[in-house]
Design a binder for this molecule. Structure first.
Ligand SMILES: Cc1cc2nc3c(=O)[nH]c(=O)nc-3n(C[C@H](O)[C@H](O)[C@H](O)COP(=O)(O)O)c2cc1C
Length: 412
């Protein structure tokens, strides 16, 4: 795939017919103004020419075969949760305060005792070899140069040890525990042995071995992709449990599902006893579940709907955030992902109670377009935009961003 950039340009019109561009579809008027000179502009050939995160989506579409781009883009059913996640940010507007000294603006944050340069982190994205030959190592190197926390997918195409080495520090390990407790134990022990300070249990995926969820956009993209996949995916396979490096050496013969069907409070108690470091749950969308998870010992709650990939017509994560932040209070950090594409989006999530904000698709787009420099550019753009809006809004530190800095929009 190394020299494949723009190889799939001709397929773009085919994919253009698919409903896979929710990002471009929103922000309509502002988008049409900012797109005014796009056709006349020379083509983008390097990461540092990219103006914003959304531009990376088109570059990734040009660089990737249809099925691989479709895998990144897809939601479930009609992709409405994907659209809502992103659109929700435009339902809030920023209340900028003018009489504040912003001669020094700092986006640093401490999470679980670790100093982060910014409140943004790279959320779990599986099978990154389908996007670039450097795969998770390219992403990890970008995270290293930008001092960014990375969460490694449990079904990544690279194992935790080399990824942590490339990151220069242990990553967080996302966990698909399977329905076999012996395998769960093996996965957790391996991640903790590699030094991972946090295990992130994804609770929003009730799928079977091969993600039996209704990803229609992906299915359509696969139909227009006639290639035989032999040099990509997780070890050339669509069957991550039997092929993903994190499962190597484990007896997976009894596994029938990536996630146990009984993630109940009792399951959380059991996992809590197994995990010696921090335990987070990813995929919480209600105050009740957040409350319950904290009561059963989790150290952090991630408001997420898997980027809209698992269920359709859920609320946007930003719309779920206020009730969850209120329920959890300051007891544990509340993180959020879903639809974050601008520094102003990060700002709004922080104002509504998030401790930190994760990105999924943007890192995959950056990696697909330019490898490590692409991911670095995605991070730089978001960080720069965040600092800009902090300065403009009169919030020189993250802790000075309050609910009073945003207001629900009455403008539709
Ligand atoms: C291609 C792709 C693969 C993903 N793989 C995983 C995964 O293995 N585990 C997981 O918990 N979430 C996974 N996610 C979800 C992300 O961690 C994150 O919740 C979501 O992408 C955030 O929304 P955004 O893409 O709009 O930023 C994946 C998302 C994408 C786009």
């Amino acid at each position: 795939m190394k020299n494949s950039r723009f190889r799939y340009l001709t397929r773009r019109t085919v994919l253009g017919g698919l409903a896979i561009l929710p990002v471009a579809a929103s922000r309509s008027l502002a988008g049409s103004i900012s797109q005014a000179f796009v056709r006349e502009a020379p083509p983008i050939t390097a990461a540092d020419q990219v103006l914003n995160v959304m531009e990376f989506e088109a570059l990734a579409r040009d660089a990737l075969p249809p099925a691989h781009f479709g895998y990144i883009a897809t939601g479930a059913d009609d992709d409405r949760t994907v659209v809502r996640n992103h659109d929700a940010f435009s339902h809030y507007e920023i209340r900028a305060r003018r009489f504040v000294d912003v001669s020094h603006v700092d986006a640093a944050r401490t999470v679980f005792g670790a100093s982060w340069a910014s409140p943004i982190y790279l959320s779990a994205v599986s099978g990154q070899r389908a996007f670039h030959p450097d795969a998770e190592l390219g992403t990890a190197r970008a995270a290293r140069t930008r001092s960014m926390q990375m969460m490694l997918s449990g079904v990544g195409s690279t194992a935790v040890e080399p990824v942590s080495e490339a990151r220069g520090a242990p990553v967080w390990q996302q966990l698909y525990p399977t329905d076999d407790w012996a395998v769960t134990q093996g996965l957790v022990r391996r991640a903790e042995h590699a030094g991972c300070p946090a295990i992130v249990l994804t609770v929003d995926t009730k799928a079977g071995l091969n993600y039996a969820r209704n990803n229609e956009t992906l299915t359509r993209a696969m139909r227009v992709d006639s290639r035989t996949c032999t040099d990509c995916h997780v070890n050339n396979s669509h069957d991550p449990v039997h092929k993903a490096p994190m499962f190597a050496g484990l007896d997976v013969s009894r596994v029938t599902s990536l996630a146990p069907p009984d993630i109940t409070p009792a399951y959380l108690d059991r996992l809590r006893k197994l995990v010696s470091g921090k335990l987070l749950v990813k995929g919480v969308v209600t105050a009740e579940d957040a409350e319950l998870a904290v009561a059963h010992g989790v150290d952090g709650v991630i408001v997420s709907n898997h980027g809209g990939r698992n269920e359709d017509t859920l609320r946007a994560t930003l719309d779920c955030l206020p009730e969850i932040a209120a329920a959890v209070g300051k007891r544990v950090p509340v993180l959020l992902d879903g639809g974050v594409r601008r520094g102003t989006d990060v700002f709004k999530a922080l104002a509504l109670g998030a401790t930190a904000v994760g990105i999924g698709r943007p890192q995959a787009w950056g990696l697909a377009a330019f490898g490590q420099p692409g991911v670095e550019r995605v991070i730089d753009l978001l960080n720069r935009e965040l600092l800009q809006i902090m300065r403009q809004a009169g919030t020189p530190t993250l802790s000075s961003i309050t609910p009073g800095h945003v207001i629900a929009s009455t403008w539709r």
